[in-house]
Ligand binder design. Structure first.
Ligand SMILES: [Zn+2]
Length: 133
């Protein structure tokens, strides 16, 4: 089944030029889903009427990912760095702060994830946009 990631509809009948890239994170999400038995194994697309909405969400996700990265670094600096400032070197606390930051980053990104689309289909939309203008 072909499903649009924006409107979640089964869009087998509509034309969909944007195919979602089967990247590492999609595979991780799929593995998690199949291990808890909720995988649908749909083919992910963006339907033509949602291209604009998709682009905005993807842009927002890219901005959010930078923010999550900054917060993660902040967690490491505060948690791992404060003992250093106090003159104490504690490897355990540094390791824990890195783990906490990594988990925060992973979950934040997984929760907000808007996948990329395949390069061929991006070029196809650019052509569509040029024609539209
Ligand atoms: Zn749609």
């Amino acid at each position: 089944m072909k499903v649009c990631i924006i409107c979640q509809k089964d869009e087998t009948k509509t034309s969909m030029k944007l195919k979602v890239k089967d990247d590492q994170l999609i595979r991780v999400i799929r593995t998690i889903k199949s291990s808890i038995g909720v995988a649908k194994n749909n083919e992910l697309y963006v339907c033509d009427s949602d291209i604009q909405a998709y682009k905005e969400r993807r842009k927002k996700f890219e901005r959010d990912a930078v923010l999550f990265g900054a917060v993660s670094i902040g967690i490491i600096l505060v948690m791992g760095g404060l003992p250093l400032l106090a003159g104490q070197f504690n490897l355990f606390i540094i390791l824990v702060s890195v783990l906490v930051a990594a988990f925060f980053f992973l979950f934040a990104v997984l929760f907000k994830y808007v996948p990329a689309v395949t390069e061929g289909s991006i070029n196809a939309t650019t052509t569509i946009n040029k024609k539209g203008k």
